[in-house]
Every structure is written in C-alpha cells, then in structure tokens.
Design a protein around this ligand. Structure first.
Ligand code: COI
Length: 364
C-alpha cells in the first residue's frame, strides 16, 4: 500500500540565506571529460529540522560536514534521496526537468521513512535559487547535464532505534557525464530481492541501494552491467532494473511492469509512457514474466529492451542473461522506439520542441 501524502507549505514569509563562494572552482572542471556524480558545483542548499520545525534554509559553499559518530542515519539508515537534472537549452537558458515531481516523490519517500515532509517552498525555491546561482555549471553540451541530488537524513545524535528527532535536507548539484557507457547487459536475478510487498521498494530510500550492491557485484563479476529484479515470491515477475525502470517492445506494444509498493515510480518511466501514448502507441502496464521475455526474444517478437531513469536516461539493453544463458536483443536503429523517445525527450529539454506536457522549469 502506498501512503497518501500531504503537501506542507510554510505559512510565514520564507527567507533564504545565500552565502556565495569567494572564488568559483568552475575553471578547474574539464567539461569534455565529465564523470558521473564526482564533481560538485560551487554551492549546496542546506536546511535543518530542529525542535519540530524546519529552520531557515541556506545556500552555502559546497564543502565537507562534520558529523558525530552517533549520527542517527549512520546507524539506522533513515535517509532518502532524489535524482533530477538541469539541462542547457538551445537558446542558452537552463531548464530543470519535472522538478515538482521530484519534490512530490521525495515527500512520499519521507512519509514511508518517518522523515518530516519538506515544505514545497524550501524544496522548489531552494532548488531554483541553487541552480540559478550555479547556472554556469550546467554543461553547454546538450547531451550531458547538471545532475541534482536532493536528500534528507536523520541527524540526531543518539543510537536508540527510533526515528531521529533532527533532520537535514540538502541539495547538491554535479555536472555529470553519462551513467552507463557502452552496451548495457542485464541479468535476471532469481535469488536476491530488492524489495518485498509492504516494504520500502517504492521509496527512494538509501538502504534500497545499499542492499543491492552485493547482488549487483556478483553479476558484474560475470560481465553484466545491472540486475533485472524479479518479485520476492515467485521470481517470475519482472520488476525493475538496478538504477532504472525497465520496458520492452513486444509485438509493437510498449510493455512495462505496473507500479506497486515494490517498484520506484520513475519520473523518466512516466515521461516515456506519456510520450508513447501521445504518439498513439499501444502501452501495457501489466505484469510481465521472465518466461515471456525470454520466449519473445527467442521467437523474435521482442524487438527492444531498455532502461529508463534520471541518471540512466534511456539505456538500450543489448543482452539479457537468464539462468546461465545470454539472449541478445537486436541492435536498436534510429527508427526504434527507444531511440526516438530519447531524442524526443532531448528535444523537449532543449526547447527545440514545444513542451506540451509542461515538464520544464525554466531558470532563465
Ligand atoms: C537516478 O537515476 O537519479 C538515480 O537515483 C539512480 C542513481 C542511484 C544513480
């Protein structure tokens, strides 16, 4: 069951303190060779929750923080995050993709993890101001972007196993290159699970990722890039992939597993489905079994498989491993759905195509 959420607004006239850097580090960055998520822009947003309320937010220089060894989140993992991106538009302006949807999803995760709701104006105004201040950090090359990482964690200094009393909300930004380079080979996992019914799979909780590293490491040692998770009971239902949702084109129909409390409601996933429907494509959000996927590859009905995520964008899958065998997916040409939807998303983000969905938050 997914918890209903309420949007919290701070009533008072909300002030945000801005403490800019004395000297930017921008000229140290090699924008031609950007790794994913290793370089951080000049500023970060910082806001603390104390004595039952959110305090004044501050945009301050990015830098290290000192923490107690009894920091609550280090012991109990009461931590959640988001992933979103700002892009350089064709006319030089900067746009953030579906910013408000990330705000809503962060609060859904917060509710499940017993973290106080972040008020809309702290998230949205803070995000806009932060990106505006560091807009020169948004890569000029349209194919890469400024990755944005909002996160919240329990910051009390005690080790009793109950919810933290204090929290931090922070936003970092990182000019980043592609997450996956080259072919994406995935393996259908039938031993380990990412999430179970009634668990926290739909939340972007830090522990969902921490728990996936061991099974992911095991399949990476065998040459695969990522796991395709299956359900916790039968291991027959496809769920999602490691850092992305997954979709297939089978018999010309776009197929993806339905959302549930075990699956992260990807914003890229939703964007792809909306675009496909607007193109009149048949879309099915229905359970899909491992056997159907493998049989459809064997009999040539499965023509595409791809991952969808903020970091992963649209990542075509070249091979699916299952029970020790590899099944190759036909190479995806320029007329494939995955390639077309990827270009459509790029065109909307750059402003070359009208944003009829209202997805871009333009920063100017
Ligand atoms: C994202 O796509 O933004 C994610 O959160 C995946 C990530 C763990 C890199």
């Amino acid at each position: 069951m997914i918890i209903e959420q309420t949007i919290v607004k701070i009533e008072k006239n909300y002030e945000m303190k801005i403490s800019p850097v004395k000297k930017s580090r921008l000229d140290e960055v090699d924008f031609e060779n950007l790794p994913f998520g290793k370089i951080f822009s000049d500023h970060m947003l910082w806001c603390e929750y104390k004595n039952g309320s959110w305090q004044e937010a501050e945009i301050r220089p990015y830098g290290k923080i000192e923490v107690s060894p009894a920091l609550h989140t280090l012991h109990y993992g009461q931590a959640i995050f988001e992933g979103q991106k700002a892009y350089r538009m064709a006319d030089g302006r900067v746009g953030i993709f579906r910013a408000h949807d990330n705000f809503l999803r962060l609060n859904k995760s917060a509710e499940r993890m017993c973290i106080p709701q972040i008020p809309e104006n702290i998230f949205m105004d803070g995000l806009r101001k932060l990106v505006e201040l560091d807009k020169n950090w948004v890569p000029k090359d349209e194919s890469i972007s400024l990755y944005i990482r909002p996160f919240m964690y329990g910051s009390s200094e005690f080790i009793a196993a109950r919810p933290s009393e204090d929290y931090v909300f922070c936003i970092l930004t990182s000019p980043s290159g592609p997450y996956y380079a080259g072919d994406v080979k995935v393996y259908i996992e039938e031993e380990f699970v990412r999430s179970a019914a009634g668990g926290v799979g739909y939340a972007k909780a830090a522990g969902n990722y921490g728990g996936s590293f061991y099974p992911a490491k095991k399949i990476q040692e065998k040459g695969y890039t990522q796991i395709i998770w299956t359900d916790h009971k039968s291991h027959e239902l496809i769920e999602e992939s490691g850092t992305m949702n997954i979709a297939f084109v089978i018999d010309g129909v776009l197929r993806t597993p339905p959302l549930s409390d075990r699956i992260l409601a990807g914003i890229t996933r939703d964007s792809v489905l909306q675009i496909a429907r607007s193109w009149g494509m048949s879309v099915k959000e229905e359970p899909i079994t491992t056997y159907e996927v493998i049989d459809s590859i064997k009999n040539g009905k499965l023509t595409e498989a791809f991952g969808m995520g903020t970091a992963a964008v649209i990542s075509p899958i070249s091979t699916i491993g299952f029970r020790g065998n590899d099944y190759d997916i036909p190479p995806q040409g320029s007329d494939s759905f995955a390639i077309k939807v990827k270009s459509e998303l790029a065109a909307i983000r750059s402003g070359r195509k009208e944003d009829t969905f209202g997805w871009m938050e333009i920063i100017g």
